[in-house]
Design a protein around this ligand. Sequence first.
Ligand code: COI
Length: 365
Amino acid sequence: MTAQSTLAFRSLKSTHPTPQAEREAIVANPGFGKYFTDHMVSIDWTLDQGWHDAALKPYGPLMLDPASSVLHYAQEIFEGLKAYRHPDGSIWTFRPEQNAARMQRSATRLALPPLPTDLFLESIKQLVAADAAWVPGSGEMSLYIRPFMIANESFLGVRSAHRAAYYVIASPAGPYFAKGVAPVMIWLAEDHSRAAYGGTGAAKCGGNYAASLLPQQEAYENGCPQVLFLDSQEGKYIEELGGMNVFLVLKDGTLVTPELTGSILEGVTRMSIIQLARDRGHQVQERKVTVHEWREGIASGEITEAFACGTAAVVTPIAALKGRGFIAGDEHAPAGKLTMSLRQELTDIQSGRAPDRHGWMQRLV
Ligand code: COI
């Protein structure tokens, strides 16, 4: 623990919170990422002072100098985790220390200041305690928490900023995809990569997502809500989707997921699914997988299921992989059995309906 992790938070409560009826209507049908709670957290950092001035305050616009480095050179990182209401009304989150650690790795890669784990955890607790009424009842819904960090020094020279700020906002969330938990089609990006070897692919930085938007648009135009990226060197190996990791299931029950090469995000849901599957005695292979293997495996019956996973997407079945002139799988295929049963097990743990045998849950309120 560093001295800075013991920062005291100033608390400024909103004087005009969302009226109860309006809030309840939003929480009952939140969609994803559309509505935000009444408060936010901010913590400032300077090269001289380190982390300081931690505050819980009313949600509202940021004042940014137009010369702020984030606006020019994209020195920005973020995280995503969720708060779940358990049947007894208590509120919990899932493996937040993993998000804290990943944010530190992302910060290092983007030359931003790593935020101490205790400060990260405290920032989440402060916000969820203030906005506990925004955490949906249960079932498929949760409060999506979005910590992020920006470089906000007013300077146009290209170097790591000497001033940064960390924020946390939160948004009540239902399923990420418009059609709920139904199987989705995935579009194969053939002209664009998401990240290069030695680049920022393993960091959770906005730039990776910006790079995914043009191929993502092509995916939408082809009826697919997510895009699959291949490695940037050979254009052969599957890496990840625009905003989530990917798994294939073989007919003998083996799970296969792309190995972490430095250009793939190490998803918290990804690592949890690997653990849950191994607990059940399934083999899990983290290895290179070619897109050819996926297409051939569907054709031969060797691959029986595929799914996407991430904090926002949880576990989402993949019906088919589509690309220019081909479709591997059946657009109307039902969700895979193992996919749905792993999904159920994970969401049961998260929502307090099943024992937390790995000690993954942390109580917030
Ligand atoms: C998450 O799953 O938390 C993510 O960050 C994905 C995001 C693109 C919604």
